[in-house]
Design a protein around this ligand. Structure first.
Ligand code: NDP
Length: 407
């Protein structure tokens, strides 16, 4: 029987475990291991009630390579799904290499003391994974993940060359709370308060955080204000889409969200520099995390939908031949917060990140994506992954769009 290990029993880990259990024929014996055993146990109990599948649980420190290796050697899974935090990526990749297990994650490595994600740390494992005959899939969430697969699919089926990509991420959900983040607050706030960055004509352009914005009329969720952010898939897509002229990432935020974030930033609460408080060193952002609602608690509260997609302009091809015609297409998914909650007790942000992790792992289990080395999603054949998105809860749609975004 196959065995699968999921590490991380947070908001996204909950979805991944539920979805793997829904496909127990593929994933076999499923283990959910995390720092706090009680959280893994609570998820396993929910899954047993919902699906009748028993998920085994374990307490595990993913920062400790020796501990993870011993665990993997005992369980002997085919694949490890890293759904802990980006800080654990390298220790878990090391452990997979030592224990002979394929690896998949949803977010790229970021040093704890430097809010600056880059793929270089994980791309450096390319030779070691290849030589060990093991596959590592990086960034198989929604963005990165599905957005990368959308680009690969567009290049395979529609365009001979892609000129521009704008990744658009709209969360039109409302949880009714004054301020909360939809996934891990520390990771989320580090991402949003970092300078904006996009890639144009072969170089990176850097702009102050949230300084570029415009309105966009999204399918189903309507017109929303979108803000330019740096996002990790820009780095790999800029490298892997030949002929690309520009790639940017945009996310919606409400005025209320921006107002709270600005105040928190102005008073120093989003800083990762330690400060002395009553004889103790504390990191303001980590302290803030303890005050903010746990994202897993937002599930029952959040109403509304997400719409995430790629607005892609390129030269159309017909039967593999270039036509010379330029066109723009928007390929996207719409996800309903309440429907997600009913299915797996989670809001749509964790759902849209967790389902593609399960689907990416399906491609490893089936062999479709087994290719020794370290890969971003757009480097792998998108077709079976795209079919699985339709089959496992994240159906995609395509619109022909007459106009691209403002330059
Ligand atoms: P949470 O904080 O809710 O969950 C993280 C889980 O990992 C927690 O259960 C935590 O344990 C566990 N964990 C943390 N450190 C360790 C450790 N050293 N050893 C063992 N377990 C550990 O985060 P989310 O579920 O919101 O996010 C999970 C991942 O998904 C993140 O990397 C995030 O960046 C990524 N993500 C990706 C998206 C995408 O579209 N690609 C979108 C959203 C998120 P404990 O419960 O004890 O704190």
């Amino acid at each position: 029987m196959e065995r699968t290990v999921i590490i991380g029993a947070g908001g996204v880990g909950n979805v991944v475990a539920h979805k793997c259990a829904q496909d127990a024929a593929t994933f076999g014996e499923i283990w959910l291991a995390s720092r706090t055993l009680a959280k893994a146990d609570a998820i396993a109990a929910d899954i047993l009630a919902a699906t009748g599948v028993t998920v085994k649980t374990a307490a595990l420190d993913a920062d400790n390579v020796a501990e993870v290796v011993a665990f993997l050697k005992e369980v002997k899974p085919k694949v490890l799904l890293n759904i802990a935090l980006p800080y654990q990526d390298l220790t878990l990749m090391d452990a997979c290499l030592e224990a002979g297990v394929h690896y998949l994650d949803t977010a790229n490595y970021e040093p704890l003391d430097d809010p600056h994600f880059e793929y270089k740390y994980q791309w450096a494992y390319q030779d070691r994974f290849r030589d060990a005959g093991l596959t590592a899939i990086l960034g198989s969430g929604f963005d990165p993940g599905v957005t990368n697969a959308y680009c690969a699919y567009a290049l395979k089926h529609w365009f001979s060359e892609i000129k521009t990509v704008d990744i658009l991420d709209a969360n039109a959900g409302d949880h009714g709370l004054p301020f909360a983040t939809n996934f891990n607050p520390e990771i989320n706030i580090r991402e949003i308060t970092a300078p904006g960055r996009y890639w144009e004509n072969g170089e990176w352009k850097i702009v102050p955080a949230l300084s570029i914005s415009q309105d966009y009329d999204f399918p189903e969720v309507g017109t929303k204000r979108i803000y330019l952010l740096h996002h990790e898939e820009l780095e790999s897509l800029a490298q892997n889409l030949p002929g690309l002229e520009r790639i940017r990432f945009w996310m919606t935020f409400s005025e209320n969200y921006i107002k709270h974030l600005t105040v928190l930033e102005n008073v120093g609460m989003t800083s990762i520099e330690p400060v002395e408080y009553e004889g103790q060193q504390i990191i303001p952002l980590q302290f803030l995390k303890t005050l903010l609602p746990d994202p897993t608690s937002l599930g029952p509260l959040t109403k509304g939908k997400t719409c995430i997609g790629c607005l892609i302009t390129g030269t159309l091809k017909d039967a593999g031949e270039e036509t010379g015609k330029i066109a723009t297409k928007f390929i996207y998914n719409v996800c309903d917060h309440q429907a997600c909650y009913q299915e797996v007790k989670s809001q749509a942000i964790s759902y849209t990140a967790g389902v593609p992790a399960m689907i990416g792992a399906r491609q490893l289990m089936s062999g479709a994506w087994l290719r020794p080395g370290v890969w971003n999603v757009e480097q792998l054949d998108p077709d079976s992954f795209m079919d699985d998105l339709n089959a496992w809860g994240l159906p995609w749609h395509v619109l022909d769009v007459s106009q691209s975004l403002l330059p």
